[in-house]
Design a protein around this ligand. Structure first.
Ligand SMILES: Cc1cc2nc3c(=O)[nH]c(=O)nc-3n(C[C@H](O)[C@H](O)[C@H](O)COP(=O)(O)OP(=O)(O)OC[C@H]3O[C@@H](n4cnc5c(N)ncnc54)[C@H](O)[C@@H]3O)c2cc1C
Length: 383
């Protein structure tokens, strides 16, 4: 049975690991659920209660700090069209997860986009309801429940708005559910820091060699194209029935992400490339809360105030040119020479600010990239 090691237990590593173990949507009949692979997750950080994730030592465990909501990002080129396809596949899976596993931390709700005039790119301005809703046409975006908002429904200062059906997760509830499900399906999890995917290819686990590695480490290993995009947000106890994103003319963002399952609501947020400051700024917090309350005063509730739980600083693992999603072939000793059986390292990192919303699409692609190597080792093997 091929042994695959997934480096990383963030949303990408967990989705990929589950997918490799045969998690499908809709689920296959129980008799077909026998996995043909052994899968081990190796990671430094694992999902845990959001209350105890440490903002200093785990700042690079981005999945703990994400919102996380699914947003409309109208595609403008081949790369963003591919991402939109991943987002649609993810939505389909997440909808199925919500239906079958209410404990997984998923909420289905309305998503609202507001754009000020200075932020109104043509991709939004020219979007028609027909194209946005179209599920089958080559140019359709498949956004269920899409509606352009008339001017009377826009808050002051907003030039364009829309709403659509979407989803949010309470990140650590969702990731912990995936980890439990992985273990239930026979997956193994090891807490360990690795230096390089090649190191893992040199291991013997369960007494045998490692046949393939998935690098879902968030930032990769020494990839010069990767940089951090700092995000400061503020977690409040105020509930919110909708997820709202406002793009401001000055380039800043104002948003909320409800984290149901007693997770409060994230009010955000900054997007600061190459900013390594781990400390939340009180002034930024005040500005974020004020701007969101101006956009959506109902958030303040009957008491007319925010109940702040904590400030959050996270680092989106961003990559110039977009995520790395490809197979690199190494050989038996992991050095890339052709003196041993070829073994793949499938890279799946650099998801920036979209890891949750693209996760299942990425996981499907990881499986597709692994398939030929596993089939070569075990004819008939399927992922
Ligand atoms: C403020 C903020 C808001 C966001 N909001 C959203 C949102 O609304 N929607 C959305 O889709 N995305 C959002 N994101 C982005 C999203 O959180 C990330 O894209 C996603 O979490 C990346 O997941 P990942 O699994 O690739 O990386 P990570 O979550 O960082 O996981 C990496 C894993 O690899 C392990 N690892 C790394 N290096 C090593 C090593 N050397 N040895 C062993 N293990 C290692 C880590 O321990 C961890 O388990 C947001 C991010 C931030 C900061």
């Amino acid at each position: 049975m091929p042994h695959i090691v997934v480096i990383g237990a963030g949303v990408i590593g967990l989705s990929a690991a589950l997918r490799i173990l045969g998690e499908e949507e809709p689920p296959s009949p129980p008799q077909q659920q026998e996995t043909q692979n052994t899968v081990t997750i190796v990671a430094r950080d694992y999902p845990e209660g959001a209350e105890t994730v440490d903002g200093a030592s785990q700042i690079d465990f981005t999945s703990a700090w994400g919102g996380a909501h699914n947003r409309l990002v109208p595609p403008t080129d081949a790369a963003t069209r591919r991402e939109h396809g991943f987002a649609r596949r993810t939505f389909a899976r997440v909808r199925g997860v919500r239906a079958r596993h209410p404990e997984a931390g998923v909420t289905l709700l309305r998503g609202v986009e507001y754009l000020e005039a200075g932020a109104l790119a043509p991709a939004y301005r020219d979007l028609t309801e027909a194209r946005a809703r179209d599920e089958a046409g080559p140019d359709g975006l498949g956004m269920r429940g899409f509606r352009l908002l008339p001017p009377a429904e826009l808050p002051p200062g907003v030039a364009w708005g829309c709403e659509y059906d979407t989803w949010c997760v309470n990140p650590m509830v969702y990731c912990a559910w995936m980890l439990r499900r992985f273990a239930l399906r026979g997956g193994r999890a090891v807490r360990r820091a690795v230096r390089d995917p090649r190191e893992v290819l040199a291991w013997r686990l369960e007494g045998g060699p490692v046949d393939a590695v998935v690098n879902a480490s968030g930032q990769g290993f020494g990839d010069e194209r990767v940089f951090v995009t700092r995000g400061q947000t503020c977690l409040v106890a105020n509930p919110c029935p909708v997820t709202i994103t406002r793009q401001n003319s000055d380039g800043s963002w104002t948003f909320c992400v409800p984290r149901a399952f007693d997770g409060g609501t994230v009010i955000g947020g900054t997007k600061e490339p190459d900013n390594w400051d781990p400390h939340p700024s009180p002034a930024v917090r005040e500005a974020l809360l004020r701007r969101f309350a101006d956009t959506y005063p109902a958030i303040l509730g009957p008491e007319g105030r925010f109940a702040v739980i904590r400030d959050v600083v996270g680092r989106r693992p961003t990559r110039r040119g977009g995520m790395r999603l490809e197979a690199e072939v190494l050989d038996a000793d992991g050095d890339g020479d052709d003196d041993g059986a070829p073994r793949p390292v499938v890279h799946a990192y650099g998801l920036g600010g979209r890891g949750y919303e693209l996760s299942w699409g990425v996981a499907d692609e990881v499986a597709a990239l692994l398939q030929p190597y596993l089939e070569a080792k075990t004819p008939g093997a399927r992922l």
